[in-house]
Write a protein that binds this ligand. Structure first.
Ligand SMILES: C[S@@+](CC[C@H](N)C(=O)[O-])C[C@H]1O[C@@H](n2cnc3c(N)ncnc32)[C@H](O)[C@@H]1O
Length: 247
């Protein structure tokens, strides 16, 4: 795990996504004016999207991650940008959060809810939202009705909850949310904003970690994941789901 953290903590994002995706999701919300919004960014990593949100909203953000190393990066970047006073970091697990019910206007989570499963996450987190509050989550999603066996087998083993957008939207509706919008991430959001910056750090990662067999395996596994996306990226992406807690 330490090696995986070390590989990922030097990049802006720890999963597919971009500033324009974050802003597009934000644009699908009808947010109240004239008040400071309370936001939880769950599984924030080094906070790529946290910084975008705080730069574009009158908001106070609680950024949550399991790994303090990622939160330290976020704190240091927020300080450099003069945004530290509006971001609180919390080192906690997303399935055991210390929040009061009805605290947040928005719960944001890019590429992280899979750690506890989409259905469990949307159920657990709903109580922390105000009535009419928004949930914005991105989640691995099939973007075609059929797909090659190889990729179906791989993803179903990795994450059995992978599904089509229509099934994910039904889950949201069945759990007390109203869909406000949906889109899926482009190839650029995967390649230019996630995989290419990660690839650019492979050599320095190996040097830092003494070229050990374990470090080489981390790189080999990451290369295999990237190759899979290059080959089968027409079948899956991250779906971005923006939903409102029903009144
Ligand atoms: C794929 S990364 C996404 C990070 C960031 N949101 C982004 O899009 O760049 C998933 C994040 O979830 C965090 N994570 C994993 N398990 C977690 C848990 N149980 N509670 C909180 N965060 C967790 C990881 O440390 C990691 O930062």
């Amino acid at each position: 795990m330490q090696l995986i953290i070390d590989l990922h903590k030097h990049t802006e994002r720890q999963g597919p996504g971009s500033v324009s995706d974050t802003l597009r999701a934000l644009d699908l919300m009808n947010l109240p004016n004239g008040q400071t919004l309370k936001i939880a960014d769950i599984g924030c990593g080094t906070g790529g999207q946290t910084l975008t949100l705080v730069q574009h909203l009158d908001a106070e953000i609680t950024a949550v991650d399991l790994f303090p190393e990622f939160l330290e990066e976020l704190k240091s970047n927020a300080k450099k940008l003069g945004l530290k006073s509006r971001i609180k970091t919390l080192d906690a697990s997303m399935d055991n959060l210390p929040f009061h019910p009805g605290k947040f206007d928005i719960i944001w989570s890019e590429g992280a809810i899979y750690n506890i499963g989409f259905e469990r996450g949307i159920k657990l987190w709903k109580k922390y939202l105000k009535e009419g509050g928004y949930l914005a989550v991105s989640e691995i999603t099939w973007i075609t009705a059929e797909r090659p066996n190889e990729i179906e087998t791989f993803w179903t083993a990795e994450y059995p909850e992978i599904d089509t957008a229509s099934n994910k939207i039904r889950l949201l509706e069945n759990n007390g949310y109203t869909l406000a919008g949906y889109f899926y991430l482009s190839r650029e959001s995967w390649m230019d904003h996630y995989y290419k910056p990660l690839e650019a750090g492979f050599d320095s990662f190996l040097q830092r970690n003494g070229n050990t067999e374990l470090a080489k395996k981390v790189i080999a596994d990451t290369k295999a994941e990237i190759e899979l996306y290059r080959k089968f990226g027409a079948s899956y992406s991250y779906g971005f789901y923006i939903a409102r807690k029903a009144f």
